[in-house]
Design a protein around this ligand. Structure first.
Ligand SMILES: *Cc1c(COP(=O)(O)O)cnc(C)c1O
Length: 339
């Protein structure tokens, strides 16, 4: 097949995964003056990473960095790896994933089922460097989601950003891991000339984003990993642009778990703990809106599906063993919704 044919077919295949089909869910609000909605990305393979990783692939295909048979390398043990494995299989490209040694057997099995080769990093801190060196030595292409995705994702017509910005909410609340989501949403709002909707990001315990943002710096590091999959990082990643977000809300890990449980009961959708953090952020902002007499809407995201956490975050004994303090936050939520 000629290179132009392969590229045309591949871009068409990536595009055929239509954007904008995520359902929008209405959630019960503690205040009748504040409407709460969520764009539900949990139905996509790899949740909220799906569209962004697809955009990264599409960009590399049109720019010639990925051609027929290109070997790929990515460094990630989480949803980014799953999404990369999904698209690598779709495009019939070999993928090696460099991941943390502590990656669960279930996650390894999921990646291997997609045909990805998993390679445990010798040291977690050096995972990204190992991937870069591996790609260099083998002539492979390093996808580098953390380093590159924020600028590969198209913010103009981005399906998630369009859905979040619909009906001009007062606030949009998203989590921050790579920073890609918040950066894309903030750029989209500016691109469409929105003058009022503000962007809040929720951060996990141990993460660098909240302290770094509060101090007004861009290179803060804690060196400690987050316990909430998808959000919180030991260092501020290049995809995060603090100047584009209006607020960073630190969420206790126990609150994320309590809100995740509430979500399953209130919406019928089982989600992961980063979605719980989103909801906790929504409630904090709803309280501020009510205090200030502001009516309107807050829109957030269901970032990934809960099923994959059946043996972990959705298992009360696992949560208790890990020392998450959930009850005080569950009581607060119950109080918030008490008639
Ligand atoms: C990636 C991810 C996030 C954070 O989004 P970023 O765009 O990386 O900042 C939140 N929740 C889940 C489940 C994720 O996988």
């Amino acid at each position: 097949m000629s290179e132009r044919d392969w590229t045309a077919d591949t871009v068409a295949a990536l595009r055929s995964h239509v954007d904008g089909v995520a359902p929008v869910r209405s959630l019960p609000s503690p205040y009748f003056t504040v409407d709460i909605r969520a764009v539900d990305e949990s139905g996509f393979p790899a949740g909220i990473k799906y569209r962004a990783v697809r955009d990264l692939f599409a960009r590399d295909v049109v720019s010639g960095a990925i051609t027929e048979g290109t070997s790929l390398v990515e460094a990630s043990g989480s949803a980014t790896a799953l999404a990369a494995a999904h698209f690598a299989r779709m495009l019939k490209l070999p993928l090696t994933v460099v991941l943390p040694a502590r990656t669960s057997p279930a996650q390894l099995a999921r990646l291997e089922a997609y045909g990805a080769v998993c390679r445990k990093a010798e040291r977690p801190a050096a995972m990204y460097e190992e991937a870069r060196v591996l790609a260099e030595e083998t002539g492979a292409h390093y996808l580098d989601y953390l380093g590159r995705a924020a600028d590969a994702v198209d913010w103009r017509g981005n399906g998630l950003a369009v859905a979040l910005a619909a009906d001009d909410p007062q606030w949009i609340v998203v989590g921050v891991g790579s920073g890609v989501t918040s950066t894309t949403v903030a750029r989209h709002l500016r691109h469409v000339g929105n003058r009022t909707t503000r962007v809040a990001v929720v951060d996990a315990e141990n993460s660098a984003y909240f302290p770094g943002w509060a101090a007004g710096v861009t290179d803060y590091g804690t060196g400690t990993p987050s316990k909430i999959p998808g959000i919180g990082r030991p260092r501020m990643e290049p995809g995060f642009h603090g100047s584009l977000v209006d607020m960073v809300i630190p969420v206790p890990d126990g609150a994320s778990v309590a809100a995740m449980r509430w979500c399953r009961e209130a919406s019928g959708v089982a989600v992961g703990p980063s979605t719980g953090a989103n909801l906790w952020g929504v409630w904090e902002l709803a309280r501020i809106m009510r205090r200030d007499g502001v009516r309107g809407r807050i829109t957030t995201v269901f970032a990934d599906a809960g099923e994959q956490y059946a043996d972990t975050f959705h298992d009360p004994s696992w949560v208790a063993e890990r020392g998450f303090e959930v009850e005080p936050y569950a009581a607060k939520i119950a109080g918030l919704y008490a008639p």
